[in-house]
Ligand binder design. Structure first.
Ligand SMILES: [Zn+2]
Length: 244
């Protein structure tokens, strides 16, 4: 009889509302270059425009809702939330703008977040002031900070320049608030998080996982991200965004 009760109660546990409200897992993707690989730099940091378009089209067909960090409070309200981010502010991210514009429909708005290195803006292979403004004006991009000079934040002392300085400079260019920082090389420690918290609401790591709320201290400053690579196939992409 005891055994029977145990079986029945475990069945009830499985189908209880608890499992219905199981932690939602949100993918936060990280890209770098959206371009053909031409032999310069690390190949895995390039996703071809064709692959990128197929990936975003997959999100469109599968009912995902891309969000930017300004919309964080919507994560529990929308269907299949996802964040699409780009590190380093490469000029070729203009290809992502074109693809987003192409795939936008009345019920799918592809939006992304570009983390720019503020001292690198206007360099030949990086986005310019005008590019950044055009991206913001499209309504499809949020421009956020990847520091001023891309240092390893665990090894520096001038946090004001890297964190506040880059925030203020980017905000001045775009006319929009800068509320999120992506840590160069994904490197952070307690000191870095404490400094980041003074100027930003969100901090993006490269811890390879989906986000699910765990209630840990400083959780919004420790957001994980999944790296989409040159070699990521569409099947792998689907597995990454849909869950295991
Ligand atoms: Zn970087």
């Amino acid at each position: 009889m005891k055994r029977f009760i145990l079986i029945i109660s475990s069945i009830f546990f499985f189908f209880s509302p608890l499992s219905i409200f199981a932690q939602q897992e949100i993918p936060i993707l990280v890209y770098h270059s959206i371009a053909e690989y031409t032999g310069q730099g690390s190949k895995e940091l390039f996703v071809t425009p064709k692959n990128f378009e197929e990936q975003i089209d997959y999100l469109r067909k599968s009912g995902f809702t891309p969000l930017t960090f300004e919309q964080w409070q919507n994560i529990h309200q929308v269907n299949k939330p996802i964040f699409i981010t780009f590190d380093d502010g490469y000029k070729n991210n203009l290809n992502a703008l074109q693809i987003f514009e192409k795939l936008q429909t009345s019920n799918f708005k592809p939006v992304g977040t570009i983390f720019v290195i503020s001292d690198f803006i206007n360099r030949p292979n990086r986005l310019s002031n005008d590019d950044l403004r055009a991206m913001v004006n499209s309504g499809l991009f949020s421009i956020q900070s990847h520091t001023a000079t891309h240092p390893d934040l665990t090894k520096i002392t001038d946090y004001v320049y890297e964190l506040k300085g880059s925030r203020d400079k980017i905000s001045q260019i775009t006319g929009q608030p800068v509320i999120a920082l992506s840590y160069p090389y994904g490197n952070f420690n307690d000191k870095v998080v404490d400094e980041t918290k003074k100027y930003y609401t969100f901090g993006l790591t490269t811890t390879p996982a989906k986000y699910s709320e765990e209630g840990i201290e400083n959780e919004p400053l420790l957001l994980p991200r999944i790296y989409i690579k040159h070699s990521t196939s569409l099947d792998e992409f689907a597995k990454i965004v849909e869950g295991d």
